[in-house]
Design a binder for this molecule. Structure first.
Ligand code: FES
Ligand code: FE2
Length: 319
């Protein structure tokens, strides 16, 4: 978002995401410059003002903390150990919220996290979840089929689809995966995909998180987690011989390499494409028009959904 931010936490699960410059005389609070965390407080490298995770200056080395010294903090939400912060145009308050439900972590692997940066836009990367045709053309999936119509409710969008994919795996040969995907999207930056691989009996979770870095580049963070596999429904490379505890992390790493391959197939297309505000859609494109209408609400001078639906309207600059 073209802004330097600082993130830290204290020992009581307090997390702070804030603008990275000190309200005192403007020093960069980041660790590269000498900012540090001491007893859960962020200490400025310049004059030693200390901030708590609420963003308030609570101590200075020289006298009482000035009340007005407060960091500009962003509202945060923690989901499965991932920290999300709300950024609104001109400091706008959150206009929607991430899902409130806690995710059961029992038996689930740690996160596998992969981050890449490239020229792009969150709307374009999120469009992947409704652009089912590209799944076969770019990624080589087969038997791609939509399950249920798109569900749209305010800032929430759900896209469910099934597909199969065959992968060559060194020393194992070709393996076929039969996958049901349930993409739960909250705005343009947060996609959470529940994945059920039917032939092994493996559940996975994947977050696809797009953050605009500046006017051109986005950072795409892919996080995955594999669920407990008690009795693999088919033999895969000795999985059944491993203790149950090790299976999920191993499968998570294994599946993450496929996800990475898929994203790397998309990146050259995303980073060189031009945005078509009036795409010449084919019947087989399905819900792309509906998705574009959904996206319109996230722009500062959004058209009404109905207007957008009618015209597949031009998108202004992102919020
Ligand atoms: S600039 Fe941060 S304490 Fe002075
Ligand atoms: Fe893709």
């Amino acid at each position: 978002m073209g802004e330097e931010i600082i993130v830290w936490c204290d020992d009581n699960s307090g997390v702070c995401v804030a603008n990275a410059y000190c309200p005192h005389l403007g020093a960069d609070l980041g660790p590269d410059v000498g900012g540090s965390v001491r007893d859960g407080r962020l200490v400025c490298p310049f004059h030693g003002f200390e901030y708590d995770t609420g963003g308030q200056c609570v101590a200075t080395p020289f006298g009482p903390a000035p009340k007005a010294a407060r960091l500009r903090v962003f509202e945060t939400r923690e989901i499965a150990g991932l920290i999300f912060a709300w950024w609104g145009l001109g400091g706008r308050q959150p206009q929607w919220h991430l899902p409130p439900d806690e995710l059961d972590q029992a038996g689930w692997s740690n996160h596998h996290i992969w981050i890449s940066r490239f020229p792009g836009h969150p709307q374009e990367t999120t469009e992947n979840s409704v652009d089912l045709v590209h799944l076969s053309h770019v990624h080589g999936y087969d038997s791609v089929s939509r399950v249920d119509p798109l569900e749209i409710d305010g800032a929430f969008l759900r896209s469910r689809f099934d597909f199969c994919t065959t992968r060559k795996i060194a020393k194992v040969g070709r393996m076929r995966f039969d996958i049901a995907a349930n993409a739960l999207i909250y705005g343009l930056g947060y996609s959470f995909v529940e994945i059920r691989e039917r032939s092994i009996g493996l559940d996975m979770r994947m977050w696809i998180l797009a953050t605009p870095v500046d006017d051109d580049v986005i950072e795409l963070t892919i996080v995955s987690q594999a669920g407990p596999i008690r009795s693999p429904q088919r033999k895969i490379a000795g999985l059944a011989f491993l203790p149950v505890k090790l299976r999920a992390p191993i499968m998570n790493r294994f599946m993450a390499t496929f996800q990475k391959r898929d994203v790397l197939q998309d990146v050259p297309i995303w980073s060189t494409k031009q945005y078509r505000s009036r795409p010449r859609l084919a019947r087989s494109d399905g819900e792309i028009g509906q998705y574009r209408a959904y996206c319109a609400q996230f722009y500062a001078d959004a058209l009404t959904a109905a207007e957008c639906e009618a015209t597949v309207a031009d998108q202004p600059a992102a919020n």
